[in-house]
Write a protein that binds this ligand. Structure first.
Ligand SMILES: [Zn+2]
Length: 199
């Protein structure tokens, strides 16, 4: 089954692993050696919902994309139906694998490129987060919110960052109280230049 195979690949390259966060390394950015394998094709970041996303939870995705728009050079563009030019198709998948909370996979590469992506499939497994979550961590809803922002961040080419308030942190979150996950905490201003310069 193609869907399952693709998500298996995604789990290897891009998933949130529900294990302690790794410390950040230098210079990993979408398409660079050692970095995340893909980045978006432009600053216009069109997104849509697969029917597996419940209508009642769509506001969390809209909120994440609006936050990305506000914080970075990316523009949030909502498409009420998914098409070939949509940059992100969000979907729920209850079986990404043990300990895998989400995955961002390039489904269609830009012509002639191995690292610029025309369309990502972002698959989320909130049930898996719930399986690992305990009351000593940040609230479950906070984890769901961070999961969406985290995988969305991958679609801009960002890799992982260990800062607890970073959208790109991997792993369960300590309970720090208020969270407003950000992309601009990613590593350093040097990396902010990357996200600006890539689009
Ligand atoms: Zn990740």
């Amino acid at each position: 089954m193609r869907f399952a195979r693709i998500l298996g690949v995604a789990a290897i390259v891009s998933a949130i692993a529900l294990t302690p966060a790794q410390s950040a390394s230098a210079d990993p950015f979408g398409g660079e050696p050692g970095g995340y394998p893909w980045r978006a094709d432009s600053r216009d970041h069109w997104y849509c919902f697969h029917p597996s996303i419940p209508g009642g939870s769509q506001w969390v995705f809209h909120d994440a994309m609006a936050n990305l728009d506000a914080q970075t050079v990316m523009w949030d563009r909502f498409a009420s139906s998914c098409g070939s030019s949509t940059d992100i198709i969000y979907m729920d998948n209850p079986d990404l694998g043990y300990g895998i909370a989400g995955a961002a996979l390039c489904w269609t590469l830009a012509p002639g490129s191995s690292s610029v992506c025309d369309q990502f499939w972002v698959a989320l497994d909130p049930w898996e987060i719930a399986n690992f979550w305990q009351p000593t961590y940040a609230p479950l809803d906070t984890h769901i919110q961070q999961n969406i922002r985290h995988e969305t961040g991958h679609t801009t080419g960002l890799t992982h960052n260990g800062t607890p308030t970073s959208a790109m942190r991997s792993g369960l979150l300590p309970d720090l109280g208020f969270y407003n996950f950000v992309w601009m905490l990613y590593e350093s201003p040097h990396h902010v230049d990357h996200i600006n310069g890539a689009y």
